[in-house]
Design a protein around this ligand. Structure first.
Ligand code: FE2
Ligand code: FE2
Length: 274
């Protein structure tokens, strides 16, 4: 089974830019790239920061894009999103607690879409209501499970970034740890960085978003860091006993040389001959 993971699309007003890049244009470029190479994906999940300012027009535009997209899509919200505005456009994604949490079954397992948004802060929260929801979902079904969320559930050790991480991350990991044998993978966003690790023993990955990119500048202690690294999305393959996660840098505009081509031969001779 194949799954597409997008994050941090940060839609904003038409023609508007973030980090010198146009989020709407880059989202459209990502969708086009995905349909070219991965039209057979079973599901696409966007793990939050859908709108940069939580504007109604961004969510309406997103809904129009997704309605015309042939691959099923599920959404998480992030710290830049406004839950009430989002739910006014996607009311079917409201759960019984008024949160944007849900369940979606795939061939690779049961997807749990988590809501880590906390109004008035960029940090994430997983409050008692959400913890109870997650524990219930993990208890009522045999799994396996795939978890999707916006905020990083483990520290990055980049100081400014960790100030806005999931602040309840230790308690979150305790819940995950109790069900670790039935959770295959955790996908998250928020950091705008390719990251891999584990959460209470469960593999976890993140990736650069489809617009602006971060950089792991460990010497900077106060402020978040940005770069011009390429826009990206993720492609995930699930086998019976493996998971493979790619970060596809669709925004890369340099050469890509295919073995056997003239360019490849020229490049190979220039670089490989001793
Ligand atoms: Fe973001
Ligand atoms: Fe975020």
């Amino acid at each position: 089974m194949k799954l597409i993971h997008l994050s941090d699309i940060h839609l904003t007003t038409p023609g508007g830019t973030i980090g010198g890049r146009n989020p709407r244009l880059n989202f459209e470029r990502a969708l086009t790239h995905i349909l070219r190479d991965h039209h057979d994906a079973e599901l696409m999940v966007i793990t939050g920061d859908l709108s940069d300012w939580g504007d109604l027009d961004d969510y309406r535009w997103l809904k129009n894009q997704l309605d015309a997209f042939p691959i099923p899509v599920r959404l998480c919200i992030g710290n830049h999103d406004r839950r009430d505005v989002f739910l006014s456009v996607f009311p079917e994604l409201r759960d019984d607690d008024g949160l944007v949490q849900g369940v979606f079954d795939t061939a690779a397992g049961r997807c749990l879409l988590l809501d880590t948004n906390e109004p008035e802060t960029h940090a994430g929260r997983y409050c008692d209501t959400r913890k109870a929801w997650l524990a219930q979902r993990l208890t009522e079904h045999p799994g396996p499970f795939l978890l999707f969320m916006h905020h990083n559930p483990m520290p990055t050790h980049l100081g400014p970034m960790d100030q806005i991480r999931l602040l309840d991350d230790a308690e979150f990991r305790q819940i995950v740890g109790r069900h670790r044998d039935r959770i295959r993978h955790i996908f998250f966003g928020h950091c705008h960085l390719p990251l891999a690790g584990s959460v209470a023993g469960v593999p976890a990955t993140s990736l650069r978003g489809t617009n602006h990119a971060s950089y792991p500048l460990f010497s900077e202690r106060r402020f978040l860091s940005a770069s011009d690294l390429p826009e990206s999305y993720g492609v995930v393959f699930f086998g019976g006993d493996y998971v493979t996660v790619h970060m596809v840098e669709f925004g890369y505009s340099g050469p890509i040389r295919t073995e056997g081509s003239t360019e490849y031969k020229d490049w190979n001779r220039e670089n490989m001959v001793r």
